[in-house]
Design a protein around this ligand. Structure first.
Ligand code: ZN
Length: 197
């Protein structure tokens, strides 16, 4: 995971990364898509550079798609059916003209947004990823166990035992807390074997 401008973070799955733009949902919801410019930056970092200005309508649409993905992913994690409105929103976006790949002047593959509707075509890519993640039902869609985190992620590790959105962030925090707790408990425990004895 990398941390970049505006606090955006990316964990590897585009659709779940979009849900990460509302942080700390469970304890203190913090909106990272506060303006159309924030959305322009997110799309540029996540999909491909958006050259055109972005408006409030696109921002509302992105937030609507984000909440639909979050609602649907939460349902999958909790083992219940995806709410019909969330499914409809995701399917609607997945059906729209998407960004595409083409060869650039250096003959390298590059993602291109639709010139007339760059943000829409980026969100179509996000929705398509959501269809893949949600529809795979591989039991690897998870909620981060980090204290107060609750970010959703897809575990693509080989053992499939990932518990945190990021080992560097939440994994370390959990391990550090557990380590401190063990030390405190150890120091106060009269039955603890004396290692020097
Ligand atoms: Zn986390």
């Amino acid at each position: 995971m990398t941390e970049v401008e505006r606090g955006f973070q990316f964990g590897g799955r585009l659709s779940l990364d979009l849900t990460w733009t509302l942080r700390y949902r469970a304890i203190a919801p913090t909106e990272l898509l506060r303006s159309p410019e924030d959305l322009r930056t997110w799309c540029s970092l996540a999909v491909a550079p958006v050259e055109a200005p972005v408006g409030p309508t696109e921002l509302r649409a992105a937030v609507e798609l984000r909440e639909a993905i979050h609602g649907a992913a939460t349902a999958v994690i909790d083992g219940v059916r995806i709410p019909a409105t969330d499914r409809a929103t995701i399917n609607d976006w997945a059906s729209r003209p998407s960004a595409f790949r083409s060869l650039d002047r250096q003959d390298r593959a590059a993602v291109r947004l639709r010139p007339g509707a760059p943000v829409e075509s980026a969100l179509a890519v996000v929705a398509a990823d959501a269809v893949d993640v949600l529809g795979t039902a591989d039991g690897r869609l998870r909620r981060c166990e980090g204290p107060g985190c609750s970010l959703l992620f897809h575990d693509s590790s080989r053992p499939g035992s990932r518990r945190w959105c990021s080992t560097a962030r939440c994994g370390n925090r959990v391990n550090t807390v557990a380590y401190r707790r063990r030390r405190v408990v150890g120091a106060a425990d009269p039955d603890r074997p004396d290692r020097t004895g």
